[in-house]
Design a protein around this ligand. Structure first.
Ligand SMILES: [Fe+2]
Length: 261
């Protein structure tokens, strides 16, 4: 399996603090059948701004260690970039990095947790016209999108892709986030599932479990796995026609959860 979103590089962001912890994460990933991981450290947040060269060097070192120690794991460069007004300019200057390929097209973008900046749609438009493919990381955990799922539909209609977090689907972030995630899958408003792993405990690799959940519900896990491969290969992705989120369905699920509590 291929994981397109992870915080696996040692001592770079809020992922593993040292190489020993990185190796524990890699062992866990291998046990769960993941052999390709894109390292996506936080970037352009208040706390973290990463030099591209540092990420490239850290990934090169880690890959060297993988081959020296006989581990069947390949790490790729990437960033999880906080939405900001100069995204296109910074991508062109190699300050902000796309996933895997130095020249794109796939770019992983994080929105703030509680809102969507006013310039977001404009930045997405600019990216798309310049040949970049924005992917919104974990839309299911953005408060404004939870309140107004129509906004998510508009972004996907605009040409933006999205990535759900595996542990949102498995329920680690709670029943509401899980219900919203499933509704997003049902409405064809997401294109990738990824771990967003930070460690081996509370934020770990639940990719396989998430794929199994999706497969048993909708039989579409292969679609998501193929899309992750397309990111590694830099090839286009088949888009399913997006639909607005069925909010009555989400509310029914919320109510059934409340009844059980
Ligand atoms: Fe992340």
């Amino acid at each position: 399996m291929i994981d397109i979103h992870s915080h696996i590089l040692p001592g770079i962001d809020d992922g593993p603090g040292n190489i020993e912890k990185t190796l524990l994460m890699i062992e866990q990933a291998l046990e769960k059948g993941i052999h390709h991981i894109i390292a996506t450290p936080h970037h352009q947040t208040r706390k973290y701004t990463q030099e591209a060269i540092e990420i490239v060097e850290a990934v090169n070192q880690l890959n060297l260690l993988m081959s020296e120690t006989g581990r069947d794991m390949t790490i790729y460069t990437g960033q999880e970039i906080r939405m900001h007004g100069e995204l296109v300019q910074n991508l062109k200057k190699y300050i902000d990095l796309p996933l895997v390929c130095p020249s794109g097209p796939y770019v992983l973008i994080e929105l703030p947790t509680d809102n969507i900046p006013l310039f977001t749609e404009k930045v997405f438009y600019h990216m798309l016209t310049e040949g970049y493919q924005p992917i919104i990381a974990h839309p299911e955990r953005n408060m404004e999108l939870i309140r107004n799922p129509e906004k998510l539909y508009q972004f996907v209609n605009q040409g933006v892709m999205t990535q759900l977090t595996a542990s949102s689907i498995t329920g680690s972030f709670g029943r509401k986030i899980q219900a919203f995630s499933k509704a997003i899958v049902d409405a064809n408003l997401t294109h990738f599932i990824a771990s967003d792993a930070h460690n081996t405990t509370v934020r770990n690799f639940q990719l396989q479990e998430a794929y199994e959940t999706i497969q048993s519900r909708t039989g579409t896990s292969k679609y998501f796995q193929q899309n992750a491969l397309s990111v590694i290969q830099g090839t286009p992705i088949f888009l399913k026609p997006p639909r607005p989120v069925d909010e009555s369905n989400v509310m029914t699920r919320f109510r059934s959860v409340l009844k059980r509590v």
